[in-house]
Design a protein around this ligand. Structure first.
Ligand code: NAD
Ligand code: LMR
Length: 328
């Protein structure tokens, strides 16, 4: 048996937490030979509800779940964490953009970045799910001077999965035959779900679908799917978000499949003309726990405009959190 790893989850008594924790405990995230210690962070008033979730985790009798720690103190919940999933934040309501949450949620990620910097494992892998995810990841990263910038990532995997599923439905081909999907930029309505490299059973996707559908239906459907779910469900996506978080961390920890890539929000190194430092969705491959941006892809004029528009929004979000004193 491997040595247990420590997985910190914030907002653990929330909606996403309720789908996420049981899958981590079952081995879906890190493999069915990897024992885990869950370290759960909540605000003080939610600790009682969190205790109920812990009771349910116990009742699952998961063979891989070694220990569960709960706390309202990030210095306790992040202690020696190998993985940190920062979920705890307010979700948006109908009619809001995710960026509207910046002032409410931004303040959560500064102290959490500071705590991760002090007490987490020096190799901690951090995924920010709480919205606006990319800029919250930037805030956490900028307040964690003792960790590497690249240890902080944001979730665009839900958008990636939504794009796979929309393309699968349109072409009538299973998701398993789709390769090289990319979500560029922000987890917001400016994101660019890009089919220009995507193949379906080996055939270029753009040979199978009309340009009108791609630009006029596919891109807006994927980009606005979160709002459509809020409208239908009366609450933001939770089970699909948890599933995407599992996928993101699993690929980061265990690698991507040969001949394919995934989308991750990561600090830009200037690749593809994306301003350095922004936490931006890129196509990445992962091996040995290290991700790398897929290089050398052709960027059409259409792609350039879409990629620049979402970079512009992220630059504006960065400026806004600078004004709030949350990043340098
Ligand atoms: N990136 C994505 O693709 C994606 C997808 C879905 C949802 N989200 C976002 O994830 C976040 C959580 O969504 P949810 O549906 O679970 O919300 P929720 O309101 O059900 O749960 C959030 C939990 O976070 C807790 N919390 C608040 N502040 C905290 C803090 N400082 N430390 C620890 N815990 C704290 C709350 O007490 C609550 O239990 C929202 O911001 C939502 O918009 C992101
Ligand atoms: O849309 C939201 O506010 C929730 C989440 O980010 C989503 O994409 O479903």
């Amino acid at each position: 048996m491997k040595t247990p790893v420590r997985v910190a989850v914030t907002g653990a008594a929330g909606q996403i937490g309720y789908s996420l924790l049981f899958r981590i405990a079952s081995g879906a995230m890190l493999g069915d030979d990897q024992p885990v210690i869950l370290q759960l962070l909540e605000v003080t008033p939610a600790l009682k509800a969190l205790q109920g979730v812990v009771m349910e985790l116990q009742d699952g009798a998961y063979p891989l779940l070694t220990e569960v720690v709960t706390s309202d103190d990030p210095m306790v919940a992040f202690k020696d964490a190998d993985y940190a999933l920062l979920v705890g934040a307010m979700p948006r309501k109908a009619g809001m953009e995710r960026g509207d949450l910046l002032s409410a949620n931004g303040g959560i990620f500064k102290p959490q970045g500071e705590a991760l910097s002090e007490v987490a494992s020096r190799d901690v892998k951090v995924l920010v799910v709480g919205n606006p995810a990319n800029t919250n990841a930037l805030i956490a990263q900028q307040n964690a001077p003792k960790l590497g910038a690249g240890q902080f990532t944001a979730m665009v995997r839900l958008d990636h999965n939504r794009a796979l599923s929309q393309l699968s439905a349109k072409t009538g081909k299973p998701v398993s035959g789709i390769r090289k999907m990319t979500i560029w930029g922000n987890h917001s309505s400016t994101q660019y779900p890009d089919l220009s490299q995507t193949t379906v059973d080996g055939t270029p996707a753009l040979e199978l679908v009309a340009q009108d559908w791609y630009e006029g239906e596919f891109i807006p459907t994927v980009a606005k799917r979160g709002a459509a779910i809020i409208e239908a469900r009366g609450a933001s996506s939770a089970a699909s978000a948890a599933s995407a978080a599992i996928d993101h961390m699993r690929n980061w920890a265990l690698g991507t499949a040969p001949g394919d890539w995934v989308s991750m929000g990561i600090p830009s190194d200037g690749s593809y003309g994306v301003p350095e430092g922004l936490i931006y969705g890129f196509p990445v491959t992962v091996s040995g726990g290290k991700y790398e941006i897929v290089q050398g892809l052709e960027v059409s004029d259409f792609s350039r405009r879409m990629m620049d528009a979402t970079a512009k929004e992220l630059t504006e979000e960065r400026d806004a959190v600078r004004e709030l004193g949350l990043v340098k």
